[in-house]
Write a protein that binds this ligand. Structure first.
Ligand code: PEP
Ligand code: MG
Length: 321
């Protein structure tokens, strides 16, 4: 066991039996990255690149992009940084990429799909990421948002590898990707579950709408089944290829300490969250073994409701009382 408290996080996160579950940070800017490093984050699990460019009406130049990405990489020398290509559209419109007149923006041309309507932007971003990675010593992984099919995953991975980025993966945030992850992960090096969107699409409930918050709950057993399907698919892809195929979580769910236990039990290999959540998540994970986390995950999967899943798991975690 480690000297973890609810107030501080020292890195090198492990369960009670020593099973490692690295805790990473979600960031958008160099300033965020400095705070995340100071908070003990073991790396970055989600660098949201769109935020640096939200107020622009033209595509950022190569030099602007290299500088913005490098401002994050420089805080994590020798550590993993997962950078996401532009996730424009729906809750994150970008004037130079997205069409504000779509009737259903959450189901529209967003994320990786903008490559269909604005070809070239993605290749130029990958080139800038590769150039920034060369300048810094971070272990840079790149992933695409809103991937829906194994073909999209393979096409993105090939593009990233061709740009000189050796570790390329996809976000799993569309139910079709969760259900086909065995094929997706044959063609990609890793996956990261975006549980904010995965929940919105599984429950058909707009994540921006307050009155639907109870549906937009990652404890919904339907969402947990999709997470399990993703991890099971990764295990199959691992067996088929002999490559590691890690599956992280970078949605808000990773910041809920009791849900973090369930995610580890479902087979998730890293958790990425807002830096202020790191100490509490580490403290709770340190109280369970991997076998206990697996038992609690099975209990949550079998629950009839989000509330029953949450209450049942929390009852086994006295540190949360
Ligand atoms: C998600 O969908 O869970 C996610 C991490 O991405 P974003 O919140 O930026 O859509
Ligand atoms: Mg998302």
């Amino acid at each position: 066991a480690q000297a973890q408290t609810l107030a501080s996080f020292a890195g090198n996160n492990r369960l009670a039996d020593g099973y490692p579950v690295p805790l990473l940070a979600n960031v958008a800017t160099g300033a965020d990255a400095a705070k995340a490093a100071a908070a003990g984050a073991e790396g970055v699990g989600l660098l949201r690149t769109e935020f640096a460019f939200l107020d622009r009406d033209t595509e950022p130049t190569h030099e602007e992009q290299v500088a913005a990405y490098g401002a994050v990489f420089e805080h994590f020398a020798g550590k993993k940084v997962v950078i996401r290509t532009l996730d424009a559209g729906a809750d994150k419109p970008l004037p130079f990429l997205t069409n504000a007149d779509e009737p259903n923006p959450a189901l529209g041309v967003r994320g990786y799909r903008t490559d269909r309507t604005s070809p070239g932007v993605l290749e130029r971003q990958l080139a800038a990421i590769a150039a920034a990675a060369k300048e810094h010593e971070a272990d840079v992984w790149v992933m695409a948002p809103m991937i829906s099919t194994p073909d999209e995953a393979a096409a993105f991975t090939a593009l990233a590898h061709a740009a000189g980025l050796p570790t390329a993966g996809v976000m799993v945030e569309v139910p079709s990707a969760a259900l086909t992850s065995a094929h997706i992960l044959v063609g990609a090096d890793f996956a990261s579950l975006g549980t904010n969107d995965l929940t919105q699409y599984a429950m058909a409930a707009d994540r921006m709408l307050g009155p639907l918050a109870a549906l937009n709950d990652p404890w919904q057993p339907a969402v947990l089944h999709l997470i399990k399907a993703t991890c099971d698919g990764a295990a199959a892809a691992r067996a088929a290829t002999g490559a590691p195929k890690p599956v992280g979580v970078c949605g808000e769910s990773a910041a809920d300490p009791a849900l973090a236990v369930v995610l580890a039990g479902l087979g998730v290999t890293t958790l990425s969250m807002t830096p202020r959540a790191l100490p509490a998540v580490a403290a709770v994970l340190a109280t369970v073994t991997v076998a206990e986390a697996q038992r609690l995950a099975a209990e949550a999967l079998a629950a009839p409701s989000a509330q029953a899943a949450r209450d049942g798991v929390r009852a086994h975690l006295p540190i949360l009382d």
